[in-house]
Design a protein around this ligand. Structure first.
Ligand code: UD1
Length: 431
């Protein structure tokens, strides 16, 4: 039997939970760490599969990776001997393509396999390539590799056709040591874009405007050592906030930046939860039946697409009909069939889900279709009557550290099991 989560639903989740470092910021920052020959120390790194795979990719090209403790790592990029990232690494995680921007920026050459990652719709990289080319790189795709090289990189004015986190990050890294000024217009404003800019600036880069839609990067000759702590994970925090909503619980997410959670808090308020904010924590109390609402995913500061399945699971338990519009990725409703097995009533038309609230979900055997949808289905299982098993949890492990442990500490009945015997034992104990 493959590993799965066994869940007995019905307990309100109550208590405090520590949120870890942001996975998506970590991926950009770890890649950028190789851009100096000096040693960089990164703190608050989440210990999840995606970051660990990227660290392996960095080691595989000669980067020296020293794990100080579970959440602290030192990286030294002075011994990098290989500018080709091929094969397994990139297929496991999409963000290994950040090494393209990092290595191109530092060595003026990089070859990286075309990325895989979560199957949530077609994920073009045209804006990344356009940005590299605007800086003077020659970019070709051959034999499944993206090959980028330049004699010199020169700053340029780049207008992004769509707001893209990935291309903003990749182009920012490529431009940091280019000659002259690069201006990225229509840049993504996500907290992790700002975090990467702050990190690079702490290494001596000159980046202004990150967090607005115009980023100005004045090239510097080289980057130097730094120590840097990654921002808290907005999506992990949001997932626990919705865990409170669906289980009629009372959860305080700690070590967060409440400002980054505003679009999530606003929706929770709208559907009838109470929210209390302090400097670095947000408390969500759900004591009433949830109310229906409409939501559309948008680039930051809009409601994040990475929270779309979680809010849909909550709206599935509200009174009335809700409409969820997915405007970022085209194929992000794959959890709907799984939710239907639990009694959910969701109809998808194009990029819209029409959700009719039901009284309750009922436990079922389901499969995680991708990272965030997998986490959302765990929430459904925690809210459901009876037992749920979820397989393909390797998706969930890509982005959530100690997910079952953290949920358990809030009173959830959830266990990672990998044998029938363990599953039976869980069922007996959870009874
Ligand atoms: C990142 C996040 C992901 C999140 C997404 C949107 C990481 C590792 N992943 O993904 O969790 O769901 O942001 O917040 O940080 N696009 C193009 N051309 C391009 C690049 C993107 O058309 O060259 C389109 C995409 O198809 C999508 C939209 O732009 O429709 C946004 O994608 P993007 O912001 O780039 O997402 P990722 O960086 O892949």
């Amino acid at each position: 039997m493959m590993e799965q989560y066994a869940i007995k639903g019905g307990n309100p989740l109550v208590g405090e939970v520590e949120i870890g470092g942001a996975k998506n910021a970590a991926l950009a920052i770890l890649a950028a760490s190789v851009m100096t020959d000096e040693t960089v120390m990164i703190e608050n790194m989440p210990d999840v599969r995606d970051t660990n795979v990227l660290l392996q990719a960095i080691s595989s090209i000669g980067g020296i990776v020293e794990r100080i403790d579970r959440h602290t790592v030192k990286i030294n990029g002075s011994q990098i001997h290989d500018l080709v990232i091929d094969g397994d690494y990139i297929k496991k995680i999409r963000a290994s393509y950040y090494l393209l921007g990092a290595l191109l920026g530092k060595y003026k050459k990089a070859e990286v396999a075309l990325p895989g990652g979560c199957n949530i719709g077609s994920r073009p990289i045209d804006q990344h390539l356009k940005g590299f080319r605007a800086l003077g790189a020659e970019v070709n795709i051959a034999h499944g590799l993206i090959i980028a090289q330049a004699d010199t990189l020169r700053g340029n004015h780049i207008y992004m056709d769509v707001v893209t986190v990935g291309a903003t990050i990749n182009v920012m890294m490529a431009a940091v040591m280019a000659e002259g000024m690069t201006i990225i217009e229509n840049a993504a404003k996500e907290p992790h874009v700002v975090d990467l800019a702050n990190f690079l600036n702490s290494m001596g880069a000159n980046i202004k405007g990150a967090g607005t839609d115009v980023i100005r990067i004045r090239g510097v000759a080289k980057l130097h050592r730094t120590e840097y702590a990654i921002i808290p994970d907005q999506i992990e925090a949001g997932t626990f906030m919705f865990a409170a909503a669906v289980t009629k619980g009372d959860i305080t997410v700690k070590n967060v930046i409440p400002k980054h959670l505003e679009s999530i808090s606003a929706k929770l308020l709208e559907i009838g939860c109470e929210i209390e904010e302090s400097d670095d924590a947000v408390r969500v109390v759900a004591s009433r039946k949830l109310r229906h609402t409409h939501v559309k995913t948008l680039p930051y500061p809009g409601f994040p697409t990475d929270m779309q399945p979680q809010i849909a699971v909550a709206l599935g338990l509200s009174n009335g009909t809700s409409i969820v519009t997915e405007s970022i990725f085209e194929n992000r409703f794959k959890y709907v069939d799984e939710l239907a097995r639990m009694g959910g009533s969701v109809k998808v038309e194009g990029n819209t889900a029409i959700i009719n609230g039901v009284e309750r979900y009922t436990g079922a055997s389901i499969t995680a279709p991708d990272l965030r949808a997998g986490a959302a289905l765990v929430l459904a299982g925690l809210a459901a009557e009876g037992f749920t098993t979820i397989d393909e949890i390797r998706y969930i492990e890509r982005g959530y550290e100690d997910f079952p442990q953290k949920l358990k500490s809030l009173g959830a009945q959830i266990e990672l099991v990998d044998t029938d015997k363990a599953l039976q034992k869980f069922k007996l104990c959870a009874g």
